[in-house]
Design a protein around this ligand. Structure first.
Ligand SMILES: [Ca+2]
Length: 154
Protein backbone atom coordinates (compact mmCIF):
# COMPACT_ATOMS: atom_id res chain seq x y z
CA UNK A 1 0.00 0.00 0.00
CA UNK A 2 1.34 3.38 -0.98
CA UNK A 3 0.11 6.69 0.27
CA UNK A 4 1.25 10.06 -0.98
CA UNK A 5 0.10 13.60 -0.53
CA UNK A 6 -1.27 15.58 -3.43
CA UNK A 7 -1.85 19.31 -3.06
CA UNK A 8 -4.97 18.80 -1.02
CA UNK A 9 -5.76 15.15 -1.41
CA UNK A 10 -4.50 11.87 -0.17
CA UNK A 11 -4.39 9.26 -2.90
CA UNK A 12 -4.31 5.61 -2.06
CA UNK A 13 -2.86 3.03 -4.37
CA UNK A 14 -3.77 -0.54 -3.53
CA UNK A 15 -2.12 -3.37 -5.35
CA UNK A 16 -5.40 -5.23 -5.79
CA UNK A 17 -7.09 -2.27 -7.47
CA UNK A 18 -4.26 -1.33 -9.77
CA UNK A 19 -5.56 -1.11 -13.30
CA UNK A 20 -3.03 -1.34 -16.06
CA UNK A 21 -2.90 -0.11 -19.63
CA UNK A 22 -0.43 -1.79 -21.83
CA UNK A 23 -0.02 -1.27 -25.55
CA UNK A 24 1.86 -3.72 -27.73
CA UNK A 25 1.21 -2.38 -31.24
CA UNK A 26 4.43 -1.04 -32.76
CA UNK A 27 2.68 1.87 -34.48
CA UNK A 28 1.27 3.02 -31.16
CA UNK A 29 4.42 2.92 -29.08
CA UNK A 30 5.28 6.24 -27.48
CA UNK A 31 8.10 8.37 -26.16
CA UNK A 32 8.25 8.70 -22.38
CA UNK A 33 6.61 12.12 -22.52
CA UNK A 34 3.80 10.97 -24.83
CA UNK A 35 3.26 7.88 -22.70
CA UNK A 36 3.04 10.06 -19.61
CA UNK A 37 0.49 12.29 -21.35
CA UNK A 38 -1.52 9.26 -22.43
CA UNK A 39 -1.75 8.10 -18.83
CA UNK A 40 -2.83 11.53 -17.64
CA UNK A 41 -5.52 11.64 -20.35
CA UNK A 42 -6.91 8.44 -18.82
CA UNK A 43 -6.99 9.91 -15.33
CA UNK A 44 -3.98 7.78 -14.58
CA UNK A 45 -0.21 8.03 -14.28
CA UNK A 46 2.82 6.05 -15.40
CA UNK A 47 3.24 3.21 -12.98
CA UNK A 48 5.65 3.37 -10.06
CA UNK A 49 7.15 0.28 -8.48
CA UNK A 50 7.89 0.03 -4.80
CA UNK A 51 8.56 -3.58 -4.00
CA UNK A 52 9.84 -6.81 -5.48
CA UNK A 53 6.29 -8.16 -5.34
CA UNK A 54 5.00 -5.30 -7.50
CA UNK A 55 7.99 -5.77 -9.80
CA UNK A 56 7.18 -9.44 -10.34
CA UNK A 57 3.47 -8.80 -10.83
CA UNK A 58 4.10 -6.15 -13.48
CA UNK A 59 6.75 -8.25 -15.18
CA UNK A 60 4.41 -11.19 -15.62
CA UNK A 61 1.62 -8.87 -16.76
CA UNK A 62 3.80 -7.30 -19.44
CA UNK A 63 6.09 -10.22 -20.23
CA UNK A 64 8.31 -10.02 -23.28
CA UNK A 65 8.22 -6.23 -23.54
CA UNK A 66 10.25 -3.13 -22.85
CA UNK A 67 8.04 -0.41 -21.44
CA UNK A 68 8.22 2.98 -19.80
CA UNK A 69 7.64 3.27 -16.11
CA UNK A 70 7.17 6.54 -14.25
CA UNK A 71 10.82 6.97 -13.33
CA UNK A 72 12.89 9.79 -14.79
CA UNK A 73 16.22 11.42 -14.04
CA UNK A 74 15.78 14.57 -12.01
CA UNK A 75 18.45 17.05 -13.14
CA UNK A 76 17.39 19.59 -10.53
CA UNK A 77 17.58 17.39 -7.48
CA UNK A 78 19.82 14.68 -8.90
CA UNK A 79 18.99 11.01 -8.84
CA UNK A 80 15.63 9.77 -10.12
CA UNK A 81 12.03 10.72 -9.39
CA UNK A 82 8.70 8.92 -9.81
CA UNK A 83 5.96 10.77 -11.71
CA UNK A 84 3.56 10.26 -8.84
CA UNK A 85 5.88 11.90 -6.34
CA UNK A 86 6.44 8.78 -4.27
CA UNK A 87 9.87 8.05 -2.86
CA UNK A 88 12.36 5.84 -4.68
CA UNK A 89 12.27 2.95 -2.22
CA UNK A 90 12.94 0.04 -4.58
CA UNK A 91 15.22 -0.25 -7.60
CA UNK A 92 15.92 -3.03 -10.06
CA UNK A 93 18.69 -1.74 -12.32
CA UNK A 94 20.17 -4.15 -14.84
CA UNK A 95 23.92 -4.82 -14.78
CA UNK A 96 25.83 -1.60 -15.52
CA UNK A 97 22.66 0.50 -15.46
CA UNK A 98 21.87 3.32 -15.24
CA UNK A 99 24.74 4.18 -17.59
CA UNK A 100 23.38 7.37 -19.22
CA UNK A 101 24.78 6.22 -22.55
CA UNK A 102 26.24 9.17 -24.49
CA UNK A 103 24.71 11.45 -21.87
CA UNK A 104 21.28 11.10 -23.43
CA UNK A 105 19.41 8.66 -21.20
CA UNK A 106 17.05 10.38 -18.80
CA UNK A 107 14.02 8.05 -18.74
CA UNK A 108 13.65 4.54 -17.38
CA UNK A 109 12.22 1.44 -19.01
CA UNK A 110 11.40 -1.88 -17.43
CA UNK A 111 12.47 -4.88 -19.51
CA UNK A 112 10.83 -8.25 -18.95
CA UNK A 113 11.93 -11.61 -20.27
CA UNK A 114 9.70 -13.58 -22.63
CA UNK A 115 8.04 -15.48 -19.82
CA UNK A 116 8.10 -12.51 -17.47
CA UNK A 117 9.88 -14.30 -14.65
CA UNK A 118 12.81 -11.86 -14.75
CA UNK A 119 12.92 -8.13 -15.22
CA UNK A 120 15.29 -5.20 -14.92
CA UNK A 121 15.45 -1.44 -15.38
CA UNK A 122 17.44 0.51 -17.95
CA UNK A 123 17.82 4.23 -18.47
CA UNK A 124 17.04 5.12 -22.07
CA UNK A 125 16.69 8.08 -24.40
CA UNK A 126 13.30 9.61 -23.58
CA UNK A 127 12.48 9.87 -27.29
CA UNK A 128 12.62 6.09 -27.80
CA UNK A 129 9.24 4.59 -28.63
CA UNK A 130 8.26 1.93 -26.13
CA UNK A 131 5.24 0.30 -24.57
CA UNK A 132 4.11 1.79 -21.28
CA UNK A 133 2.05 0.99 -18.21
CA UNK A 134 -0.38 3.39 -16.60
CA UNK A 135 -1.95 2.94 -13.22
CA UNK A 136 -5.12 4.62 -12.16
CA UNK A 137 -5.04 7.02 -9.29
CA UNK A 138 -7.37 6.02 -6.50
CA UNK A 139 -9.11 8.44 -4.22
CA UNK A 140 -10.59 7.49 -0.86
CA UNK A 141 -13.98 9.12 -0.37
CA UNK A 142 -16.02 8.26 2.68
CA UNK A 143 -14.40 4.86 2.97
CA UNK A 144 -15.00 4.07 -0.69
CA UNK A 145 -12.09 3.76 -3.06
CA UNK A 146 -12.70 5.40 -6.41
CA UNK A 147 -10.15 4.38 -9.00
CA UNK A 148 -11.36 5.63 -12.35
CA UNK A 149 -11.14 9.08 -13.83
CA UNK A 150 -10.29 10.69 -10.55
CA UNK A 151 -10.88 14.40 -10.90
CA UNK A 152 -9.94 15.44 -7.41
CA UNK A 153 -13.45 15.46 -5.97
CA UNK A 154 -15.68 12.77 -4.49
CA1 LIG B 1 21.08 2.67 -20.17
Amino acid sequence: MLIFQGKALVYLLLSHVLQLFHDVKWSQKKSWGAANEDCVSRGAILVSIHSQAEEEFLSIYSKGTSKWIGLKHNPTEGGYSWSDGTALSHTNWGPGEPNNHEGREECVEMVSTTNGTFSWWNDLNCDAHQDWICTLLCLVCNSCVLCYKVTGTC
